[in-house]
Write a protein that binds this ligand. Sequence first.
Ligand code: SF4
Length: 399
Amino acid sequence: MEFFRPAASQLDPVVRHLYVHVPFCPSICPYCDFHVLTRRAGLVEQYLHKLEQAAAQLARNYSVDLDTVYIGGGTPSFLRDGEIRQLAETVGRHLGWGRLENTLEINPGTVSAGRAVLWRQLGFDRASVGVQSLDDATLKFLGRTHDAQQARQAIGTLLAQDFRVSGDLMTAVPGQPLASDVESLVGLGVGHVSAYTLTIEPGTEFARRGVNVDEDAEREGFERTEQLLAAHGFTRYEVSNYALPGQESRHNLAYWNNRTYLGLGPGAAGHYPAGLARPEPKGLRPEESEESPAHVPLTLRRTNPHLHDWLVGETGETLPIDATEYVTDALFMGLRLRQGIDLADLSRRSGVNVAGHYANVIRRNVERGLLVLEADHLRATPAGWWVLNRVVTEFLEQA
Ligand code: SF4
């Protein structure tokens, strides 16, 4: 592999993005495999107390200047008013708010005019609303706790408080009227749509019941959703995400562009600059690593443990990410974006000559019509998006 030199200094040493995980939901949806639980007396109080300590620790350990904050879950909007206020004050006190975007994930059944005003006052300016469908039978099948009318009202209330609103849409749900779902959601005035295929994960209620996702419905969801949204001016800027101009999720763009971010809360993943964490687990400091530049960690990935272990101070496993893994991660995520990846920028950040090292894989997939290389920009075609895992596997094998 060719290296300019491992260039940790060319990675931004400042962390500009924060994800906070709230693990509580009103009930557990039959397709969900996230780290979530229903609330029990005392548990939210313990969670908020520990969150304060963990936020202070992150502020001590990292150089932080936030562009975006994303409070997700779980169902953060399910927190009571005093609880969400406490959470917001913890974030503001220790880490600050994002100067570009502050998102709250919202369940339609939790919205009222008064709560929308409070959320705005606390600093949130973007709402990601778990609509999933605007058809009551589909919502019932998905085990959601809200109905279509509540979703309509919730979006209207949030728009009236000047939130930038994104609606989550599930596709390939058996019996779902996809076209009317898309048209109804757009008609409500959202500027962003996240459309994900229903997937049946092992261990979920749907897996136990033997629910299947039809491949044709999956393909229809992938292709038809884009056609319907494009007719209303939405651009598919990422495989599963659509936006009107200027309405893209700046926080999620940081993930897809492989930036570093803090993960706060149980089950939260984080991606950290390797050179700044203190104290560093033995063996992970660059000076203690193997000599080859390929093995010098540029960044660290860590997923916090689930609630009960997190509450007693467990920290989860830390994975050092060397230059090679940093590049394959960046390709894996960046090829999901319509704009693709700036290979020269990725080479600067990683110290790896990306265009040179992966020349064969790139050429092969360009010839197959799955990738396009223009100047230093590499992106996937729509056909490439459909088989993205296969394309990325070739990069991994080349690494
Ligand atoms: S609301 Fe979301 S996070 Fe909560 S159980 Fe349902 S799918 Fe999972």
